[in-house]
Design a protein around this ligand. Structure first.
Ligand code: GLN
Length: 476
């Protein structure tokens, strides 16, 4: 097998037994990137030279038995996450020349153990989108069918993992950006609980929803990466002090006979739900039942408000977070004499349409007179959505839903219709607003060969359980 196809688990075994080196593994990934990136456009920046140097350094660590779980394993990172010394654009032209002097905490943790950074993945600009078509560096075609989108916003990361250009990736999920493209590309993606992983160094989108998580080829790999990146961080006051459990142990602990799986009826009655996606999800649930799990239909009545709430709260927080990008302190500056023109021209050229749209909507919804009617009201309904989940998790251990109502759609199909794109998030927004973890695992394909993803949602900080159920589904 080509080395770039390996999982983390397999790569670890090969590296530690001396079957191959990190330089071999990294070279295989770089070769694949070279062959495929022109078509797939999964990378905005490729770090060929530094990756090989990092691999050499990792080989020394391995030789000296200074081995940590991710030592010498090549990975890639969503471009909205800061990487010291490596250009980080957020897929926005306003940051086209931005080289952060620091690593995001999750990246620091990986690089400190000798993880090899291959490069930076394309995404919808600052994470705004569900198809990766809102990137100022071009769309990412789906490796399974290049006429279709890879999903977004972390489309480059999903495509890079699915197309074996890297061994795993680190991305960001505010309202589905890890889970959604994971389902379109047939890989595993975890949005952790809000507060589980540090967001220090992540370009902020909506601070009350942003999370960082891995995208991997298997659930087992997911547990390995989560183990290394989770935990409290003094640089992110929203991280929680709760001890990080041993996730691999939690996976093996799972007892389906004691598990109650909730099937939220609202997720199976949306008009847009594709019959093949529905039937695959129901089959996954049926298989869990056959393995001993108790299945229970439940209701999350506030689900129908989630998109409306999400698309008020997120633009409001966006509009305030993106204020820092004015062409003065970071990135590309328009050549203008007056300060006003400098701001206006830098932003005009540096932001794509969707980012401008969100800043406008957010600024409007936060303005005097509208604040109560929009933002405050949305926050109140958000509380009701949180209560929906709290209530349902008194009855069941986890929920199973489709990740997306439909498989990957065609490039260009929704890109001119923002509302259609927003509605794609229908199964993503509720868990995001509630701050609970969601995992997407691949479960079969459509007749036309497109991957289908199933989502497992659990209570706050139940990543171990969610991954355990995910692995049971994966093994089916
Ligand atoms: N589709 C969501 C949005 O456009 C995805 C956001 C995210 O998770 N970064 O807001």
């Amino acid at each position: 097998m080509e080395l770039n196809r390996l999982t983390i688990k397999q790569a670890r075994a090969g590296l530690d037994s001396g079957k191959f080196t990190s330089v071999d593994l990294t070279t295989a990934c770089l070769k694949r990137i070279k062959e495929r990136n022109t078509e797939i456009n999964a990378f905005i920046t490729v770090c060929e030279k530094s990756a090989l140097a990092e691999a050499e350094a990792a080989d020394v660590l391995i030789k000296n038995k200074k081995i940590k779980p991710l030592t010498g394993i090549p990975f890639s990172v969503k471009d909205a996450i800061c990487t010291a010394g490596v250009r980080s654009t957020g897929a926005a032209k306003i940051l086209d020349n931005y080289i952060p002097p620091f690593n995001a905490t999750v990246i620091k943790k990986i690089r400190e153990q000798g993880g090899v950074l291959l490069g930076k993945n394309n995404c919808d600009t600052f994470g705004h989108g569900a198809s990766n078509e809102n990137s100022m560096y071009g769309p990412v075609p789906n490796p399974h069918d290049t006429t279709k989108v890879a999903g977004g916003s972390s489309g480059g990361s999903a495509a890079a993992v699915a197309d074996n250009m890297c061994i795993y990736a680190i991305a960001e999920d505010t309202g589905g950006s890890i889970r959604y493209p994971a389902s379109f590309c047939g890989i595993v993606g975890l949005r952790p609980s809000y507060g589980r992983n540090s967001r220090y160094g992540i370009m902020p989108m909506a601070s009350s929803l942003d999370t960082v998580g891995p995208m991997t080829k298997t659930v087992e790999d997911m547990a390995i990466v989560m183990q290394e990146i989770a935990g409290q961080d003094v640089l992110d006051a929203t991280t929680v002090p709760d001890v990080v459990p041993n996730y691999e142990k939690e996976l093996s602990k799972i007892d389906l006979g004691k598990l109650t799986v909730g099937v939220p009826k609202e997720y199976f009655s949306v008009d847009a739900l594709d019959p093949e996606v529905k039937s695959a999800t129901l089959t996954a649930i049926e298989k869990l039942k056959q393995a001993g799990a108790t299945i229970k239909e439940v209701s999350l009545p506030m689900t129908k408000y989630a998109i409306a709430v999400y698309y008020i709260v997120v633009p409001c927080e966006d509009s305030s977070n993106l204020g820092r990008l004015d062409g003065v302190r970071y990135g590309v500056r328009a050549d203008e004499k007056s300060l006003y023109d400098l701001y206006a021209k830098s932003r005009e050229a540096g932001f794509p349409e969707e980012v401008k749209r969100r800043i406008l909507i957010g600024t409007y919804a936060l303005s005097a007179g509208y604040y109560d009617a929009y933002y405050k009201k949305a926050q109140k309904v958000r509380t009701l959505i949180i209560r929906d989940f709290e209530k349902v998790f008194q009855e069941v251990d986890v929920l199973i839903t489709p990740t997306s109502p439909f498989p990957a759609f065609a490039l260009g199909e929704k890109s001119f219709d923002p509302m259609a794109m927003y509605l794609a998030d229908v199964f993503m927004a509720p868990a995001s607003l509630a701050g609970v973890p969601g995992l997407s695992v691949p479960y079969g394909k459509t007749k036309s060969g497109l991957p289908i993803g199933v989502q497992i949602i659990g209570p706050r900080l139940s990543e171990g359980l969610v991954m355990g159920v995910g692995e049971a589904i994966e093994k089916n």
